[in-house]
Design a protein around this ligand. Structure first.
Ligand code: 3NM
Length: 204
């Protein structure tokens, strides 16, 4: 992987009362310059998730790398570019068996023991978080802070994605602490195009 995008936007389906609003948000993020987007749907059924994923691919697929959260099968079925798994999902080795070598594989970690373990896998990038307090996830792990990002940086040469409570005001500090990229849910939702533009300007 040459250079990992500094902004990793995440669309959480539960934040949108109608799917159309999610697609609009995705298009605004695209207009704002994002190049990497995760589709996260913790409560949808497979049929609905596949439809939504395919629609995201139809609207953004040529310019944005699309990553499916949790579901290796749907990443393949929707023609996505990558899969992101958590600690309780398919293991990286199991995921690879499903998605093969070509798709990106990312894994969430929440402490240094998990990060060390993830570093030994075939994951293309590792996420560490939550960096700051977050309302973007149910039952988040304890915050790792900027110090956690620094420690994570020292433990892996893989691209490091920081997540959790990251916004336009604090994102530079996270990159300075050693992250290659910031993954963001809340702060790209309200005014997606402007927010993406702001993030990319601040980080660029
Ligand atoms: N994963 P926001 S924190 C989806 O710690 C997610 O792995 C986390 O939302 C982790 O940008 C988080 O609104 C929520 O804080 C991120």
């Amino acid at each position: 992987m040459n250079s990992f995008p500094q902004l990793y936007a995440i669309l959480d389906a539960s934040l949108f009362p109608q799917a159309e609003l999610m697609f609009d948000t995705a298009e605004h993020l695209l207009a704002g310059g994002i190049t990497l987007l995760q589709y996260r749907n913790k409560s949808g059924n497979a049929a609905e998730m596949l439809e939504q994923a395919k629609e995201l691919k139809r609207r953004l697929g040529n310019s944005v790398k699309l990553v499916m959260n949790d579901r290796a099968d749907l990443a393949l079925a929707a023609g996505f570019d990558g899969l992101h798994v958590g600690q309780e999902d398919l293991s990286p080795a199991g995921s690879r068996k499903v998605i093969g070598e070509c798709l990106w594989l990312g894994i969430s970690t929440h402490n240094m023991a998990q990060l060390r373990e993830a570093d030994l896998t075939s994951a293309d990038y590792i996420a560490i978080g939550p960096v700051f307090p977050t309302s973007g996830k149910a039952n988040p792990d304890p915050v790792v802070g900027l110090q956690g990002v620094r420690e994570a940086r020292a433990l892996t040469r893989k691209p490091l994605v920081a997540i959790g409570g990251i916004n336009r005001a604090n994102c530079r500090s996270v990159i300075k602490a050693g992250a290659d990229s910031v993954a963001v849910i809340s702060d790209v939702m309200r005014e997606p195009q402007k927010s993406a533009e702001d993030f990319l300007r601040i980080l660029g």
